[in-house]
Design a protein around this ligand. Sequence first.
Ligand code: C2E
Ligand code: MG
Ligand code: MG
Length: 637
Amino acid sequence: MKKPAGMALDLALIYAILGSLWIFLSDALLASIISDPTTLTHYQTYKGWFYVAITSALVFFLIRQALNARAAIEDKLRESERRFREVFENTSDGLFLLDVTEDLRFRIISFNPVEERLVGRSTAEVSGKFIDEIFPDESAQQTIEKYRRCVEVGAVINYEEEIALPAGTSHFYMTLVPVRNENGRIYRIAGIARDITERKQAEKRQMQLAHFDQLTGLPNRALFTDRINYAISMAQRSHSQLAVMFLDLDHFKNINDTLGHRIGDELLIEVTKHLKSAIRDEDTMSRQGGDEFILVLPGIDANGAAHVAEKLLAAVAHAYQIERHEMHITTSIGIAMYPSDAKDFESLYKCVDVAMYRAKKDGRNNYRFFTQEMQLHSARTLQLENALRHAMDRHQLRLHYQPQLSLQDGRIIGAEALLRWQHPEMGEISPAEFIPVAEASGQILQIGEWVLRSAIHQLKSWMDSGMEPMVIAVNISAVQFRHANLPALVTQILEEEKLSPQYLELELTESVAMDDPLAAITVMSNLHERGVRMSIDDFGTGYSSLNYLKRFQVYKLKIDQSFVCDITEDPEDKAIVAAIISMANSLGMQTIAEGVETSGQLAFLRLQGCNEVQGYYFSKPLPVDEFEAYARKMREA
Ligand code: C2E
Ligand code: MG
Ligand code: MG
């Protein structure tokens, strides 16, 4: 499009050319036609007037065109200004305009309303003032550096900035646009501040989700792995040690089950706070899910680790008040040292795991360092685990039976089935050693089912061959007991073997029953309804809660042999055994004492009113044929 001024000039030129041509042609033509001088003079006069008229018209036309052109430019400017104002005032970004002085200072010209709101100052307040006059703090210096850079680079620059504003700290995506004057000097900067606080918060939330435990806010497994790998590489470089600790809260499951997960979660949050107070900033603690925590403590030796472990134990062992519940909790800690125990996270983890289980086994609420002995133990465990895989199909497992006698008439009223494992190279392996291995590896389910079936089958064939009816007691491991299928499996085997359920008694250790009493009540009730008896094995060692005990569908308490052992000498054991018997009586339960080895023990038990006995005094656990001979002899006696 041509500008109006340009068009006016073009028109004027065309006028002039056409006019001159017309005058030239008409002059030459008329001079040849008009011979009369008077007429020629008149013509000359008219021509003069005509010139004046045409020139005036031309001048008038040119002035008019120039005025029009100026008005059009002004209109455009006004439109552009209006549009700029519209954007400046209505954009959701903060906009500001700065003057850049020769000595590189920055004077505010104006803020748009958004910028006014963000900064908490109006344009009227700040206009004409230098940045460092208005924002005298340190952060302003950093901002000024950015403005200087924009001038130095002479191009648009972008950066992210966190700014403490009256309404709180916000995140901005800043754009600085240098503006040059006609000489090319940058005399202004136009700034755009886009508030990206929400986006940043969303990113932070995402980061939080990816790296932190939602409940406690502690680093999660992924972040912990990063941190410990870094700590190990630093320790390797600086030839220093570090400690890894594995914590597991003691009996936390009870709290979760009895008071609910919400209270359990609250407790975990409180415990986390206590634990955090016992460690340094450079230590990393992570929740591994559930009630397990893992820690890495860089630059610390075994002494230091022991000291921290004691602090952690003390930090946890508190009374916690959550809503209206007061509760106590303790923790067990396993510790391993880099580089003496292991050199990578995976191996260190195995060490702390083993050490933590040792701490649990040794009575909980304590810590244990990983030791070589544990290493050997775990090597043996592995060996047993592998050998156990073939034990059943290679017929290395057998059952022995230990008689249980009534104290009333001395008759055999039952037999406990006890598992025996004869390995061709390792020899006879104690169930006390291999049952926990089978439990840990899950093999106990298969083995336990075999034991149940074999014991039931044995009793049935004894009874079929004329032996007096009795009860067969079978030990049930914690893993079997927690398996949902147990009651149905028991019924199924009884039906298959055609034995009435009243002849089966399942022995469950006290610690298993009390570990999860509510679940135990459900399973026991289920078995009770199926007509199967339950007894509590090793009673007296597992901190029974009387409250639960009375709700258990239990037929018999089996007094642990550790109490029976010393009842003739130890007054405390005497008192305990007497108390168990009288308590069982009042709860309507039977009692059987295991590990009876002497007549003195027997006499005491008889005096206290114990119902049944089992032990070497009568017989060791016996293979099938020997048990048959024993039973025959007892009947004949
Ligand atoms: P438990 O059920 O408490 O079995 C009693 C243990 O005491 C048996 O050891 C038995 O041989 C032993 N014992 C019996 N009378 C006496 C005595 O007068 N003096 C002494 N010192 N000991 C006596 P065993 O057979 O080595 O079994 C150890 C543990 O292994 C059992 O303790 C039981 O918890 C577990 N166990 C054995 N067989 C099985 C099984 O088939 N399944 C499961 N889950 N566990 C089993
Ligand atoms: Mg037993
Ligand atoms: Mg026992």
